[in-house]
Design a protein around this ligand. Structure first.
Ligand code: ADQ
Length: 488
């Protein structure tokens, strides 16, 4: 059986893995030979040229260090100030400094140069996320002939948003160097197809840019999931129960509306609190009988747009408190810290409403975890953004447009008033879907597809896309020659 090499921006650290994804990928590597490759988290004066191997909690990990400047351009710059906002359709929040692309490309080259000597001919390489789109191109340019798959954890942008990204043609050409590209949702596959089928050979800077040949790349939706069984168990663990008791002491009979997110503008946090404000404004009977808890630890806080989102959220929470709080009743609590999974599971279980309203999200694992943690005899209600990938697999949630805070407020009211029978019926269907889309099957499904479909042809019965180019495929050196040469 071929070895599996997982590549991601960061490698997993010591101690219990934080999320279901890390657990699932660890499991893959414990069942198959292979290793995990990525950045060590260390910034050095000179970039490492060779990876260091380390065994962490039984996992083989190969790591490289990056220079401070490269890391800034690659991570905070091109990845998180250009690709992240553009892929989430927030061009208004993108900072386009096109020179960051050189650092992004350089880091991908550094990854490729350090990884290539570690690869055996039949290793299967699985690359994760938008930080590493060029990695297959860089590996192939160095001579790698391995099967290489890519999984995009965030949404794929519309064609217009894609055109706004500097060097987007090179990035799309980079995607065509993968054997398999996995996306979260069918809408992402559709957006990719829209670009791939309608791209016209264009001229740029006076020279002709050749249409990209996607005929060797398979693109398919592989919706990621969590481990709902594990969350069901965690939700009744001693640590979860302790959290529930702590909260119950404070809340009494008040019903809990819960939001759990990284503090990120894509998660729609200000709009969410505004919807709650409207709920209280329009339904005075609910005051004193509900409480909203928003857990949102800061992330990427060196980036200005993240600080601004944090300030906006502080202001809105302050406004709601100022307007509705009484000496003996607080309408909301906003906690800016991360919790361990058992405590989160306890919070999910005691919540009457899980409020998951990103403006756009690849999948959203909080929705999966909330469903997994519910009490089957008294389940809470999921209010879910229709713009999360999760909406495609959870139609039994109350689906809302998160930009329409009146609609979200009304969904909150419906959730709070929903009779037990309807809550059970909806939750039973949601749990079945969460189990069907569990993270273990996701990982195995992607890898099986990547390893077994080496020479497969598209089947009429599967939701698979192979894209044929209207032009002759360019040879690799030609294709690369049409790109801006990256800085050495
Ligand atoms: P994220 O944008 O990070 O992931 P999400 O899918 O919600 O978003 O995953 C968040 C994870 O972090 C969950 O496992 C959650 O439990 C955890 N988490 C969130 N807040 C926490 C807190 N306060 N304390 C502790 N843990 C917390 C990206 C994409 C998503 C996609 C995932 C996986 O943006 O769309 O679903 O990758 O592919």
């Amino acid at each position: 059986m071929s070895r599996i090499v997982i590549v991601s921006n960061r490698t997993p650290g010591k101690g219990p893995a934080a999320g279901g994804l890390a657990v699932a990928l660890r499991k893959v590597l414990s069942e198959r030979e292979g290793f995990w490759f990525g950045w060590s988290g260390k910034l050095t004066d000179r970039p490492s040229t060779e990876a260091r191997f380390e065994t962490i909690d039984g996992l083989e990990i190969a790591q490289i260090d990056l220079t401070r400047d490269d890391h800034h351009a690659y991570y905070a710059g091109f990845s998180n100030s250009i690709l992240w906002p553009s892929f989430h359709l927030r061009l208004d929040l993108a900072t386009i400094e096109s020179h960051w692309y050189e650092g992004y490309r350089r880091v991908n080259q550094q990854f490729a140069r350090a990884l290539l000597p570690l690869l055996k001919p039949d290793d299967v390489v699985w690359v994760h996320d938008y930080h590493l789109i060029p990695l297959a191109s860089e590996l192939r340019q160095l001579g790698a002939r391995n099967r290489i798959g890519f999984y995009l954890h965030i949404p794929f942008p519309t064609t217009d948003a894609l055109y706004a990204i500097p060097h987007h043609e090179e990035l799309m050409r980079d995607l065509s160097r993968y054997d398999l590209v996995g996306m979260q949702a069918k809408r992402d596959v559709a957006a990719f197809t829209e670009f791939a089928e309608h791209q016209a050979p264009s001229t740029f800077g006076g020279h002709k840019v050749q249409a990209i040949d996607f005929s060797r790349t398979e693109v398919e939706a592989f919706p990621i999931g969590s481990d709902p069984g594990a969350f069901a168990k965690l939700a009744v663990s001693p640590a979860a129960t302790k959290m529930v008791h702590r909260m119950r002491r404070v809340l009494g009979e008040q019903r809990l509306i819960l939001g759990v997110d990284r503090l990120d503008y894509s998660k729609g946090l200000p709009q969410r609190v505004e919807a709650y404000e409207k709920l209280l404004a329009h339904n005075s009977r609910l005051r004193r009988s509900v409480h909203m808890l928003q857990v949102a630890p800061p992330s990427r806080d060196s980036i200005r747009e993240y600080q601004e989102t944090s300030d906006t959220l502080d202001a809105i929470c302050g406004r709601v408190m100022g307007h509705f709080a009484e000496p003996d009743w607080q309408p909301l609590t906003y906690v800016k810290r991360a919790y361990g999974q058992p405590s989160l599971a306890g919070l999910y279980r005691m919540a009457r409403v899980g409020l998951v309203t990103p403006l756009r999200d690849g999948m959203n694992l909080v929705a999966h975890e909330f469903i997994g943690a519910q009490d089957p005899d008294d389940p809470g209600v999921l209010v879910l953004s229709r713009f999360a990938g999760a909406a495609e697999i959870f139609p039994e949630a109350l689906l809302v447009n998160p930009f329409d805070t009146d609609e979200t407020a009304e969904a909150l009211r419906m959730a709070l008033d929903m009779p037990l029978d309807e809550r059970k019926e909806r939750w039973t269907a949601l749990m079945a879907s969460a189990q069907k889309h569990n993270v273990d099957d996701w990982a195995v499904g992607f890898l099986d597809h990547l390893t077994q479909n080496a020479s497969a042809k598209p089947s009429a019965t599967r939701d698979v896309l192979y894209l044929a180019s209207s032009t002759q495929p360019a040879s690799l050196p030609e294709a690369m020659a049409s790109q801006t040469p990256p800085a050495a």
